[in-house]
Design a protein around this ligand. Structure first.
Ligand SMILES: [Zn+2]
Length: 292
């Protein structure tokens, strides 16, 4: 609702400023015929008007969403054609626009990632990964991303964001774990460990959801703050690898001055269309953006 109001207000500013421009142009038109000096005056007036339009439309914070699949490609990030957004992209764009919290830039193809420059992160408040396999970023862009989070940028990892960049251990540290198989694809019960976090407070003490449930390696409770975990009684826990049956599903962590939010949820379409997941993700993104 807030987003709609903001958009509306922005539209009014824009229309008003454009009307003023029209008036200036109409009034100056006869003068233009009289001489080039007045023509310059007209140009200055138009430039001033467009500067006003820009000044009155402050840009929202920007989230850079990366959905390149170097390995397995999930249906939710598949684009039907290069210019049509995937379900995951569409969802994040909508979450940002409706809440008014952020605008979304998207990187999808190999070329998008190869072209990414080191200074691209100066424009964004958080980066969101839903990726698999190796990511073809140039070394300087990769370093810039790691530095961006260290210096206060946000990082949001969704589902397979732990199934990527195995060859970049600094990335594994940043996201907090690497994927180590998905023993359960079924309806499960999740326990909310921290109901005070904005991304979980709408979930109550727990929830039931059908999803592909990951287990992790290079993961430790010492390094993360767990928000959601699997209730091991809701699955055949013998299929998992952990003796302690401690399967975290969502966590946050600090990385330098930056904030990292990770949720392992989000394999299939039905999860992305689930209002509980959408709010969990939106609030996770907002929290991650709050580091700077
Ligand atoms: Zn999956």
């Amino acid at each position: 609702m807030g987003g709609r109001t903001l958009d509306l207000r922005r539209g009014l500013w824009y229309n008003t400023a454009m009307e003023v421009c029209d008036v200036v142009i109409a009034a100056t038109r006869p003068a233009l015929r009289r001489g080039a000096r007045l023509g310059l005056l007209l140009l200055a007036a138009v430039l001033a008007c467009s500067a006003t339009v820009r000044a009155q439309s402050p840009a929202r914070p920007r989230v850079l969403m990366v959905t390149y699949s170097g390995g397995y490609q999930h249906d939710v990030v598949r684009r039907a054609s290069p210019d049509r957004l995937s379900l995951a992209e569409q969802t994040v764009v909508e979450l940002g626009a409706r809440s008014g919290a952020f605008d979304t830039s998207r990187l999808y193809s190999r070329e998008d990632l190869e072209r990414l420059s080191a200074d691209a992160f100066a424009e964004v408040r958080a980066v969101l990964f839903y990726t698999t396999g190796s990511l073809p970023l140039r070394p300087e862009a990769r370093q810039a991303l790691l530095r961006f989070v260290q210096r206060g940028g946000g990082f949001v990892g969704v589902h397979c964001a732990t199934d990527t960049w195995y060859e970049v251990p600094e990335y594994g540290e940043l996201v907090g774990a690497y994927f180590d198989g998905h023993p359960w694809t079924q309806r499960v019960r999740l326990v909310v460990e921290d109901p005070s976090h904005p991304s979980t407070k709408h979930l109550g003490p727990g929830l039931e959801i059908t999803d592909e449930i990951y287990q992790f390696r290079n993961w430790s409770r010492d390094k993360v703050h767990v928000l959601l975990k699997l209730d091991p009684r809701s699955v055949d826990v013998g299929k998992g690898k952990r003796a302690d049956q401690d399967y975290a599903i969502s966590w946050i962590r600090r990385h330098g001055r930056g904030r990292v939010f990770y949720t392992a949820l989000g394999h299939g379409r039905e999860v992305w269309e689930d209002e509980r997941f959408r709010l969990h993700l939106l609030e996770g993104i907002r929290w991650a953006m709050g580091g700077r």
